[in-house]
Design a protein around this ligand. Structure first.
Ligand SMILES: Cc1cc2nc3c(=O)[nH]c(=O)nc-3n(C[C@H](O)[C@H](O)[C@H](O)COP(=O)(O)OP(=O)(O)OC[C@H]3O[C@@H](n4cnc5c(N)ncnc54)[C@H](O)[C@@H]3O)c2cc1C
Ligand code: SF4
Ligand code: SF4
Length: 451
């Protein structure tokens, strides 16, 4: 049982209707930390699994945490208005796209340290170096509990280099708004789609925040992983969480591997495939939180500029853009951000124009663009609480509906430790190598057939 479930059943005085959704239906809580970040009374804090916890004696029932909550009412029309100042909702999975580029950071360490080509860090560092912002809001693994992530304010290039890479776990990113509200500085953020939803709602409710955070870089998101993923993975290798000093979801050579950095500095690989061709696929199937399963924003729809991996493969199934990121420019602010970073020599970016090779996200488009909306509609029909995006469910074929059912059944297995633990134990062991090889061979055949 989660802390939030405890909290909602234990509310003594406060009407849950004035609070963020965690206190009515924790399954809808995205754990973005937005409510914790904006509460003017410091009545909210983060529980151990990152659901909010309330101190009822401090709460004045002002309703602000409900207003900014990106868990339940996530109207895309409203977000569109707040982000682009118009209500024309763009079709398709990628949303509003003015330009598409692939690129990388000119700084070699930044490029090598990135999840893709270090573009996000390059964009942020460019702003910081030229004094356009005082700090950048980014993430890292916690010093006290390196198996959990947190957001922090980076003020130097070294801070930014330490923030690089993807942390595929739930991070209550917007809890940092507390610090932002208490300062007179300006910031750029790089954040996941649900974080951006919370930020846009918070900008609307507290206009000074919008002034303080003029740049919003979005990450693509196929789904985060539960907060217990790292301890469980370590357990399969006989490592105690306290024995590590850091954890990397994509450490080492691109596209990276899940690795534990031990207290004595030793680096331990935790599985035998690389991140993309093995690990991520089975972790996302077993550790994706319920709220992520009903999330339909996979591409940072409401950011100024969105950055993703560039997974395009050639006819041999080989990656065309290793150490690159894909960049979607969504508005004038995003365009200016990219152009300045290129002109100042921080980034190299190639405009792909109409080149279809940028369409790299077939799997993700399926997961978020088709499976999640179908799942939402099915759950709503069954009377279950679901987030409301106020968008149409796309047309689907029988095959797509059956696929969604199959994927949902797999995800259900992940809810039970007794079922998921032996699977993860096996899939990260040597015994799974033939499976990984088979998967790669099937993929290669698929790409050869396609070309
Ligand atoms: C949970 C998650 C799911 C993702 N899913 C996809 C996907 O399905 N398809 C895809 O193309 N790309 C996905 N990405 C984005 C991708 O992994 C890279 O982040 C992106 O390509 C940028 O790489 P880069 O080298 O330009 O950034 P880098 O220079 O490596 O910078 C990475 C930035 O991401 C931030 N960050 C890392 N983890 C988190 C987090 N949990 N919450 C908020 N910010 C974070 C860091 O603070 C840093 O600022 C996902 C990222 C995350 C964190
Ligand atoms: S004081 Fe306002 S923002 Fe804080 S918990 Fe209470 S209702 Fe929410
Ligand atoms: S899938 Fe959606 S709710 Fe989950 S972390 Fe990604 S953006 Fe947030």
């Amino acid at each position: 049982m989660s802390i939030a479930k405890d909290a909602s059943t234990r509310l003594k005085r406060i009407d849950p209707d004035v609070l963020s959704v965690a206190f009515r239906d924790p399954m809808l809580c995205a754990r973005s930390g937005t409510c914790v970040g904006v509460c003017p009374e410091n009545a909210l804090s983060l529980g151990p699994d990152y659901y909010p916890v309330i101190d009822e004696d401090r709460c004045t029932e002002c309703g602000l945490c409900r207003k900014v909550c990106p868990g339940e009412d996530v109207s895309f029309q409203r977000l569109n208005q707040l982000s682009f100042d118009d209500d024309k909702l763009d079709d398709g999975f990628d949303g509003r796209v003015n330009e598409v580029h692939v690129g990388y950071a000119v700084n070699e360490s930044m490029r090598a340290g990135g999840a893709g080509g270090g573009v996000i860090t390059g964009l942020l560092n460019d702003l910081l170096r030229h004094g356009d912002v005082d700090g950048c809001i980014v993430t890292r693994m916690r010093a006290d509990k390196p198996w959990l992530g947190e957001s922090f304010i980076a003020r130097t290039e070294a801070d930014l280099l330490a923030s690089q890479g993807s942390r595929y776990t739930i991070i209550p990113f917007n809890a940092i708004l507390k610090e932002v509200l208490n300062s007179d500085e300006t910031y750029a953020v790089a954040a996941l789609p649900c974080h951006v939803h919370g930020l846009r709602f918070a900008f609307d409710a507290i206009p000074e925040l919008k002034e303080k955070i003029p740049y919003v870089v979005g990450l693509f998101c196929g789904g985060a992983l539960e907060t217990y993923v790292v301890p469980e993975l370590l357990e399969t290798k006989g490592i105690k969480p306290e024995e590590i000093s850091d954890f990397q979801f994509r450490g080492g050579d691109w596209p990276g591997k899940m690795r534990a950095i031990m207290q004595d500095g030793e680096i331990r690989d935790l599985h035998y495939s690389n991140y993309k061709d093995g690990a991520y696929n089975y972790f996302i199937g077993l550790y994706m939180p319920d709220r992520c399963q009903t999330c339909i924003d996979g591409s940072g729809l409401f950011s100024d500029i969105a950055v993703s991996d560039a997974w395009t493969r050639d006819a041999e199934g080989k990656y065309k853009f290793p150490y690159h990121s894909r960049i979607l420019v969504r508005n004038a602010r995003g365009k200016a951000l990219l152009e300045r970073a290129v002109q100042r020599g921080t980034l190299i970016a190639t405009n792909l124009g109409d080149d279809k090779s940028y369409l790299t996200h077939r799997q993700q488009t399926k997961r978020k663009g088709m499976n999640a909306p179908l799942r939402l509609a099915r759950r709503a029909r069954g009377g279950r609480a679901v987030p409301h995006y106020h968008v149409e469910v796309p047309e689907s074929t029988l095959h797509e509906r059956l696929t969604e059912r199959g994927v949902s059944s797999l995800l259900a297995i992940g809810r039970h430790r007794m079922l998921r633990y032996p699977l993860i134990f096996f899939l990260t062991s040597k015994a799974a190598i033939p499976l990984i090889k088979l998967r790669l061979w099937l993929k290669k055949r698929k790409y050869q057939k396609r070309s």
